[in-house]
Design a binder for this molecule. Structure first.
Ligand SMILES: [Zn+2]
Ligand SMILES: [Zn+2]
Length: 258
């Protein structure tokens, strides 16, 4: 299993990263998890979308799905076309949302380029013999999923956007890579507590990964406004304190092989 971090900026693109997008390649499938703002351009540095077997969208916030509109333009009008529509798995209503974002006048429903498929919780999607993607409902506004991706005997657990919740423990059980969001920094003693039902701090992500016995933790969806002296060292320090295994910060272009 080869993971390429395409975009890892939380909530909106940063000066150095597109919003959420991850390329995963196994022996028999190549997939993308999420296509946030700015991610198509970054993805093209690593592959051409004609090579993809499927795209999975965790939820319908723009920083996870809106560059499907850009991908439509490329696959519809570019010189390289697909022989069959690209399967796009996501929450109910994704098809209508992306069609509206693309043109707003219903001249196309995008089905000439995309085959939209609605995810169902815990129902694994099989791609080839050795690739399975299981959507798990997580704690975030709207219909929001994390994905447990199995490629051969390797497992990547992607939190999508989620608050700290028990579903994430099951999602990441014994995973080789826990790709967890770290949108928040823990507040100082005199600051108000973090909002509930939205996101995790890096410390929360690490605590969940530890409970799940994940083998490694990759922090992502770090938010630009939390940068401290140009980096995310505070998130990294929070996570290292609560996770016994290796921890890293996702950066664009990073490749992790499990
Ligand atoms: Zn997000
Ligand atoms: Zn979100």
């Amino acid at each position: 299993m080869k993971l390429t971090v395409v975009g890892c900026a939380g909530s909106y693109p940063s000066p150095t990263s597109a919003a959420s997008c991850y390329l995963l390649a196994g022996d028999d499938a190549v997939i993308v998890l999420d296509m946030g703002n700015g991610s198509l351009g970054a993805l093209l540095a690593h592959t051409h979308p004609t090579a993809l077997d499927a795209v999975f969208i965790s939820h319908m916030h723009a920083d996870h799905c809106v560059d499907l509109t850009a991908l439509y333009v490329l696959l519809k009008h570019g010189p390289h076309r697909r022989s069959t529509p690209l399967p796009v798995f996501g929450p109910a209503g994704l098809h209508q949302r992306i069609a509206a974002a693309y043109n707003g006048d219903a001249r196309t429903d995008l089905s000439d380029v995309f085959e939209f498929k609605v995810l169902a919780a815990q129902r694994a999607v099989a791609l080839g013999a050795n690739t399975h993607v299981t959507p798990v409902v997580v704690d975030h506004p709207g219909e929001s999923y994390g994905f447990r991706v199995e490629m051969g005997n390797k497992v990547l657990a992607y939190s999508g956007d989620s608050a700290e919740c028990e579903a994430l423990v099951a999602l990441a059980r014994d995973a080789d890579i826990a790709l967890f969001e770290a949108s928040f920094v823990e507040p100082a003693d005199n600051q108000p507590p973090l909002p509930t039902g939205l996101h995790m701090s890096a410390g929360m992500a690490a605590h969940i990964a530890q409970r799940a016995h994940a083998k490694s933790l990759l922090l992502t969806h770090t938010v630009q406004w939390n940068e401290f002296e140009g980096g995310h060292d505070r998130e990294l320090a929070e996570a290292v304190a609560r996770f016994a295994g290796p921890v890293a910060l996702a950066v664009p272009g990073m490749v992790v092989t499990a």
